[in-house]
Design a binder for this molecule. Structure first.
Ligand code: MN
Length: 164
């Protein structure tokens, strides 16, 4: 415990609570042969901001915090904004499956293993899986002063349903 920061301890507690609320702490049921480098993770404590099931696996908390996020087919997060007074934003590294990234007012960008995305602070966006594929990205929190996330409306079935 002495090596664990207060925020890490709180995050770990939130993860356990989220897993318990979702009915267990089992790893995501990804398909056989799904190679996403890191463990897929357990039910995401932030799933109330997602459509469908996502799974979270913290990778490292020091320096640039990194989290492995796995989305079941059709799962995506709500529109959201990473806020910061200085620095900040988010980097996504796609490591398995097929997914999408979209900024408000722009076409969705397909993501596959090896793709990287920089999301500037203040930009409204969402990310998630394709309808027919699991998807995993590593999310890097770019260090920020005054960092926070604003969660907005879900990506509607109508707009998501237009994507191949
Ligand atoms: Mn984001």
């Amino acid at each position: 415990m002495t090596l664990m920061s207060k925020s890490a301890a709180l995050f770990a507690a939130a993860t356990v609570a989220g897993a318990a609320a979702a009915g267990g702490s089992a790893q995501a049921p990804v398909p056989a042969g799904y190679d996403a480098v890191f463990p897929p993770g357990t039910p995401n404590p932030y799933n109330k901001f997602f459509t469908g099931q996502s799974y979270l696996q913290p990778i490292i908390r020091e320096g640039v915090p990194a989290f492995n996020v796995t989305f079941e087919p059709g799962c995506r997060n709500f529109w959201h904004i990473h806020n910061a007074k200085k620095g900040g934003g988010q980097i996504l590294l796609a490591v398995a499956g097929r997914g999408w990234y979209q900024e408000e007012g722009k076409p969705a960008r397909e993501l596959k293993k090896g793709d990287a995305v920089y999301i500037a602070p203040g930009v409204k966006h969402w990310h998630g899986a394709a309808r027919d594929s699991w998807f995993t990205h590593i999310a890097l929190e770019v260090p920020a002063e005054g960092g926070s996330t604003t969660w907005c409306e879900p990506v509607s079935d109508e707009e998501y349903g237009r994507l191949p």
